[in-house]
Write a protein that binds this ligand. Structure first.
Ligand code: ATP
Length: 256
């Protein structure tokens, strides 16, 4: 991809990710609001040192275990997710055997099709939730954001919902699903509603989940996976993530 950022720029990686989103916006994948959401995420990532914490690694392992143990797991994808890591999401979908569903806060047929196209170019065979497929309704929600695929998010027992809105996250929990969130903000309603929240940038979290899933599958140890899920304490995870962010705020600025 020809994104022109000087490789010796101190913030080259972060600028590259920004460019992926801007490109996604120009290609019709990302909503304007998605660009703002990325900015909110970036501020937390900055304070986390733009690296995966120990607790985020533990969360990723628990999340992969939950997906591998699930009877009917589904991975939810919105425009930001498709723009940032469509190849990785397709890899994860194949490894944990979970279909992908397009799930938009601002539903729009053109955007749904653009995301479907992007995912198919990344190798997805089936993409749920597009057009008339999204005919089921999430109880408690109003407007277009309540529509989901009856064969996907609606009937799933375990859902991965990266960069999700708090109302929908809560509604999925209320529907009895195991909810796994990826959200850089440990204070968001999504992060607090989910049973497992990975407080990390999605561009690092999904590869971590893939690596963890491969390792767990090699061991083929159901008891280990059950233990990782059962012993996972999301409240403690969020508190530790907040402590790390507080550490980032308290760090003494060094001369640039
Ligand atoms: P909530 O409704 O859950 O309280 P919110 O209204 O603060 O969330 P939204 O705009 O609905 O936030 O969702 C965007 C969320 O995704 C934010 O919490 C933001 O920190 C997070 N986010 C944005 N970009 C990334 C990213 N690249 N990786 C992980 N998280 C991200």
């Amino acid at each position: 991809m020809d994104i022109n950022i000087p490789s010796n720029h101190p913030r080259a990686k972060s600028l590259y990710v920004r460019e992926l989103l801007v490109r996604g916006f120009k290609n019709g994948l990302v909503a304007p609001e998605g660009l703002i959401a990325q900015g909110r995420g970036e501020s937390f990532d900055y304070l986390l040192g733009e690296k995966t914490s120990k607790v985020a690694q533990i969360s990723a392992r628990a999340a992969s275990s939950a997906l591998l143990l699930a009877k009917c797991p589904v991975l939810s994808v919105n425009g930001n997710v498709a723009a940032l890591c469509s190849n990785e999401i397709v890899d994860l979908s194949n490894i944990v055997n979970a279909p992908i569903e397009v799930n938009l806060f601002y539903r729009n047929n053109n955007r749904e099709r653009a995301i479907e196209k992007q995912l198919k170019e990344s190798g997805a065979k089936i993409v749920l939730g597009v057009g008339s497929r999204a005919s089921a309704i999430i109880p408690e929600l109003q407007s277009e954001r309540r529509r989901v695929d009856p064969n996907g998010l609606y009937k799933a027992d375990t859902v991965l919902i990266p960069l999700e809105d708090g109302d929908r996250a809560k509604a999925f929990v209320n529907m009895g699903k195991t909810v796994i969130a990826i959200d850089l903000n440990p204070l968001s309603r999504t992060a607090r509603s989910a049973q497992i929240t990975i407080v990390d940038n999605i561009i690092r979290a999904i590869p971590r989940m893939i690596a963890a899933a491969k390792q767990l599958m090699d061991k083929n140890n159901k008891h280990l996976m059950e233990r990782l899920v059962k012993e996972f304490d999301n409240r403690e995870n969020l508190l530790e993530s907040l402590r790390l962010i507080q550490g980032g705020i308290g760090a003494r600025p060094r001369r640039y």
